[in-house]
Design a protein around this ligand. Structure first.
Ligand code: PEP
Length: 256
């Protein structure tokens, strides 16, 4: 079985129209292995322009646009929020759910994250479900407990079979935006734990789910990280704001 590799760009609250243009022209000659999808997630005001510009530039069809967030409700009085239907209307097909910044700053709980994953799947969007432990949790050997507690409510909400349509991004919180990357061995060990956790509930699904690593991935460390048996690509923050760096990272990914 081959497993899809994915490299996703999380621009967070950065970027502008000039970055949209630079990324579209920068990605024109990107070299991607087969079984690699690229997902660029700008801030919501740029979703539509990025999607249209990727189409009109006729970029590689493996290059997709994703949202950084979505609301779990279908529609209604939720000022400032984005619905799954709006994303579908803009031909967006991926959405990041449960990023650690949403969990810590906006107090999203794993129960709410589970509802967002369900809403995304119901709408035919592919959720990129983020999980990860804090530095204190790693130091006190709680990593596996924390990851299990973040995953299980989502499995309970959507059912393990539906995880064949989910991408998981393991992002140790202490490595996000800090320049501290987990060593490739540490990242692999944790990815293997996540795959085994899923396999206890459904082996076939576990073998299929792309597991991305996120946390200070850059053009210099991506190759070693992506070479690990259970790392199927990355969720990239800072290094995704420069087309030249991001392209190198995209080209390092291979389906397994
Ligand atoms: C992220 O925003 O998900 C992320 C991993 O950021 P960075 O690559 O900058 O650590």
């Amino acid at each position: 079985m081959t497993r899809q590799a994915i490299v996703a760009a999380n621009w967070k609250m950065n970027g502008d129209s000039a970055l949209v243009d630079a990324m579209v022209s920068g990605m024109a000659d990107v070299e991607l292995a087969s079984n690699v999808d690229v997902v660029i997630c700008p801030s919501s005001p740029y979703l539509s322009a990025l999607s249209q510009k990727i189409n009109s530039a006729k970029l590689n069809e493996a290059i997709n646009v994703g949202s950084q967030n979505v609301n779990e409700h279908d529609s209604g009085a939720f000022t400032g929020e984005i619905s799954t239907a709006m994303l579908k209307d803009l031909n967006i097909n991926y959405v990041i759910v449960g990023h650690s910044e949403r969990r810590s700053i906006y107090k999203e709980t794993s129960t709410q994250v589970a509802k967002k994953v369900q809403a995304a799947l119901n709408a035919g969007l592919t959720p990129i479900l983020c999980i990860g432990e804090s530095e204190a949790e790693r130091a006190t050997e709680q990593t596996e407990t924390v990851l299990s507690a973040q995953l299980q409510p989502v499995i309970d909400e959507v059912g393990i079979e539906k995880f064949s349509g989910v991408v998981i991004a393991y992002e140790p919180v202490w490595a996000i935006g800090t320049g501290k990357t987990a060593s490739s061995a540490m990242a692999q060990e944790t990815h293997q734990f996540i795959r085994q956790f899923l396999a206890q509930q459904n082996e076939l699904v576990a073998a299929k789910v792309p597991l991305l690593y996120g946390g200070s991935v850059n053009a210099a460390n991506c190759e070693e990280l992506f070479a690990q048996a259970d790392i199927d690509g990355g969720l990239i923050g800072g290094a995704s704001l420069k087309a030249e760096q991001f392209k190198v990272i995209c080209s390092a990914a291979k389906g397994k």
